[in-house]
Design a protein around this ligand. Sequence first.
Ligand code: C2O
Ligand code: CU
Ligand code: CU
Length: 509
Amino acid sequence: MFNRRHFLNAVGGGVVGLAALGSTRILRAQSPASLNTLAIPPLLNGQPDNALRRYALTVRRGSSQFLPDRSTPTFGINGDYLGPTLRLSRGDAVAIRVSNQLGEATTMHWHGMHVPVTADGGPHQVIEDGDDWEARFTVLQRGATCWYHSHVLDRTGYQVYHGLSGLIIIDDEETRAESLPSEYGVDDIPLIIQDRTFNEDGSFRYIGMPMDVMAGMYGDAILVNGTLNPRFAPTRSRTRFRLLNGSNARVYTLAFSDRRPFQLIASDGGLLESPVTLTSLELAPAERVEILVDFSDGNATRLVSLPMAVDSPNNAVGMMGNMLAINQQAFDILSLEPAAGLRPAAPLPRQLARLETVSESDAQVQRRLVLSMTMGMMGGGRGPGGPGGANRGRGMMGGFQINGEAMDMAVINQRVTLGSTEIWTLVNDSMMMHPFHIHHGQFRILDRNGSPPALHERGYKDTVKVGPGETVRFIMRFENFSNASQPYMYHCHILEHEDNGMMGQFTVA
Ligand code: C2O
Ligand code: CU
Ligand code: CU
């Protein structure tokens, strides 16, 4: 099925469903003649300044050449599209200055990072156009692959879609292990995977129809690190990829075209205890994984996305099932053509890290969060051009709520006691999967529908897929930073759902 070097549009009945909704989101054919060298985001190591390490980010507009014959107006950070990879070390005191030259208000959030709420960069830490904002914090958490992105109220989807995101790599003793490939851009390769759709004039098309809000914004072309039709030539027999699903809504079923196995070594919050061998893996928006891939046979392969497995709990159901038949497509993500004379790699480590064992009895508090969507097929959602704030969470198009409430900047939905350990039960009472994300820290999944999580979900996470009808419980410790008035966020990371109400606020004090 994957011998063909181009996207397959095998959707069957789904196409009809999509066509009925006016969808054009069928992935374009990728031609081998048009492969481009994968861009690697530049590294930003920061400038030492006494006890501090300083990083400077400028958010601005730019113009990018994704398509051969036309340019695309984009947003970028220290560049035209996306931003540099911030490299931090555990224990570092850092100051990240963000200058907003975008022409509109923005914010900058450090997704997956454990920071004081005033440095979090959520919807309350607005940076007006022309202003600067500085986030100061000490990196307390384990080594991990995190990311940063705009989190401005109601326009996160729009701003991230246009380019406001980048990767963060946190190093620590465990991630610096000799056995792990760690030469950035050489055998340690960041992959920010995004789908986009273009207008005739080359500009990005953001929200063109109701489905773009209900299902979230799917595109018909894949960009990796901002490169369309990318190719990469591994030079080491084992390469580490740090994958970020930087898409607004699309879920990828990652695999290799020749079905070669790969080792999962890290999830959102850092290294797993030991590598988990897989042949495919679903990655939802905002989730990150680190994998090791063996190229010692010298054969070319492709990182692809497979049709979502029929038995995946993340398939949409009911009416949404038809709409999200888009997930039944298979397509290429990255062409991999190993160079001649691969450098050998260290043997695969058996033990990667020591993780705390977590037990239910550690928790003092339990909370239950029900994720829901109400349906409607008419009108616009909230996003650009959509109705105003009064409609958030109850647009005619469908409302998005947590515990029946839509995001309200003036309402603190949960108050958590500093130092407590809590169990949050997430219940998905809708017809599609929602990747639930919480700020402030990392959690461990206790169970999914009453069963222990799969091996690849046993590490630290900050974003978890909750399929339709599923119940997921996680356990998390809320510590270090106290602030009774300013809230952190929790929300669905399908950005159109977040922007349309599926978000709540909590304080830790
Ligand atoms: Cu990735 Cu609240 O964000
Ligand atoms: Cu976050
Ligand atoms: Cu959602």
